[in-house]
Design a binder for this molecule. Structure first.
Ligand code: AHR
Length: 347
């Protein structure tokens, strides 16, 4: 549910901030003064009735990530009744833990966490729990002893995304008359330990295990970036070019692999020998798919802002949100795409 202006106004009017909260807040301004400029606020600002939402983002490693940050920013605006704090962790969990501790000291109303990796969150989330701050996890999941350490999670079913890719590959090879051929797969792995990596890798490995003529010939660490993937795939191509499928765990990795293939003079994509599989379905990925460079782009929806807001509004209304909410996703092949469709998706 997206709030209307009037529901927001009512909510803001009804909102009561405690004196204790304000005290914590003013102390935190002093304590976190050397932190980030996005975290500077005053007692006057904090008492204006806005709901403070503090987001710890993974980084800016991919187009998907940029769209994800933008979705949060455009949802949690002052006009919508929020005070929004944002920190980019630059791909490092230790930065996220520091950020979370600052948010706790600030006494924000809600913490939203997109965790770089799944493990290592128990201690800092205990601190958030002790401070009475609900933590909403988005995109990647966390692996904690006590599930009460977070209020809700919203994101993608990454393993299902991988399974979708494997089902598509089976059908495509069949159509191409290659169902019985030896299929050699190069696996470009995302950030190790991230739920998206774990799920997509599991989907691939299950698919390979189910086909005795499919084989993963190498796994390289693309870290979800075009630059890193270009580097590792270029190196790999010096060792072997006997590859049928490149399974890239996101669009920016697919672009890096394509760059390396171009340089090596190897053709790929629709109706070519090397099949490129990608994930995300961002505009850059879909453009490459529409022109036939990427054979399959499995969607991963980054528009989490409105979904997190829905959870916050439920909590504000005293309701209990669903613990785990999976977003709906589809996939795209070149024949399904038009310029209008890509533009209409907005990211
Ligand atoms: O966790 C989601 C993944 O992280 C996206 O697929 C990728 O592009 C991003 O960096």
């Amino acid at each position: 549910m997206i709030p209307t202006e009037s529901t927001n106004k009512n909510r803001i009017k009804n909102r009561i901030r405690t004196a204790a909260g304000l005290a914590i807040l003013s102390i935190s301004v002093f304590l976190s003064g050397c932190g980030s400029s996005t975290m500077v606020q005053t007692e006057t600002e904090a008492s204006d009735g806005l709901i403070s939402v503090a987001f710890s983002e993974v980084g800016a490693e991919s187009d998907w990530r940029v769209a994800n940050s933008e979705s949060m920013r455009t949802t949690f605006t002052t006009e919508n009744g929020y005070e929004f704090y944002f920190e980019d962790a630059k791909g490092k969990q230790e930065n996220q833990i520091t950020t979370l501790r600052n948010y706790i000291l600030q006494g924000v109303d809600y913490i939203v966490l997109d965790p770089v990796i799944e493990t290592g969150w128990d201690e800092v989330l205990e601190e958030a729990k002790d401070a009475g701050i609900p933590v909403i996890v988005v995109d990647r999941m966390i692996d904690v002893e006590d599930e009460d350490l977070y209020t809700a999670w919203v994101g993608s079913d990454f393993q299902k995304e991988g399974e979708t890719a494997m089902e598509w590959l089976e059908d495509y090879l069949e159509e191409q008359g290659r169902a019985d051929d030896e299929i050699k797969i190069l696996h470009v792995v995302g950030t190790l330990g991230a739920t998206s990596q774990i799920g997509r890798t599991a989907g691939l490995e299950d698919g390979v295990a189910a086909h005795e003529n499919w084989e993963i010939i190498a796994q390289v660490q693309g870290e979800y970036t075009q630059a890193k993937t270009y580097e590792v795939v270029s190196e790999l191509l010096k060792e072997t070019q006997d590859i049928d499928v490149i399974y890239c765990e996101n669009d920016n990795s697919a672009l890096g692999a394509i760059q390396a293939l171009d340089e090596a003079g190897i053709s790929y994509g629709a109706d070519k020998d090397v099949i490129i599989i990608s994930f995300d379905a961002t505009a850059v990925g879909l453009e490459a798919c529409m022109e036939g460079s990427i054979n399959l782009d499995v969607e991963c929806n980054p528009l989490h802002g409105p979904l997190v807001e829905e959870i916050i509004l439920q909590l504000e209304a005293g309701e209990t949100p669903e613990k785990l909410a999976y977003v709906e996703e589809t996939y795209f092949t070149p024949d399904m795409l038009t310029e209008e469709l890509i533009e209409s998706r907005g990211y």
